[in-house]
Design a protein around this ligand. Structure first.
Ligand code: FES
Length: 114
C-alpha cells in the first residue's frame, strides 16, 4: 500500500489534485466521505480541474471537467451531463489507516483505458 494523503489534509467539500507513481489523481471529501479518481476525463482523456485543486462545480455538488463542462456524480464518478454521458471516471479504492489515505499501487495501472 502507498501513502496518498493524510485524511485531515482534505477539508469537507474540498478537492485536491494528487500525484502518485507518476499518475495524476484527485481526491474529494464530501459528506465526510472520501472519493479518489484518476484525473482523466473519459471524454478526451484530459485533466479535469479548471484551476489547481478545483474539480467541483459552483454548487460543489458535482465534479466538472474544465475542457467541455461534463458533470460527474461525486460518489459514483458517472457522467451525468456532457459529451461523455454514460461513461465514468475511474475510481481508486483506498483505506484510511492511522489517519492516512492509502491506495494499492496495483490499482494505478492502465489508467488511460476506458
Ligand atoms: S474532455 Fe472532459 S468533457 Fe470533454
Amino acid at each position: 500500500m502507498i501513502k496518498l494523503i493524510p485524511a485531515d489534509d482534505l477539508d469537507e467539500g474540498a478537492s485536491r489534485g494528487l500525484e502518485c507513481n507518476n499518475k495524476y489523481l484527485f481526491a474529494i471529501k464530501k459528506d465526510n466521505l472520501f472519493h479518489i479518481y484518476f484525473n482523466i476525463c473519459p471524454h478526451l482523456g484530459t485533466p479535469l480541474e479548471w484551476q489547481e485543486d478545483q474539480f467541483l462545480d459552483e454548487s460543489k455538488a458535482l465534479i466538472r471537467c474544465a475542457t467541455h463542462g461534463a458533470l460527474f456524480d461525486i460518489k459514483s464518478g458517472n457522467c451525468l451531463v456532457g459529451p461523455c454521458k454514460g461513461k465514468s471516471l475511474r475510481k481508486i479504492p483506498f483505506v484510511v489507516h492511522e489517519g492516512v489515505i492509502m491506495i494499492d499501487e496495483n490499482d494505478l495501472r492502465s489508467p488511460s483505458i476506458f
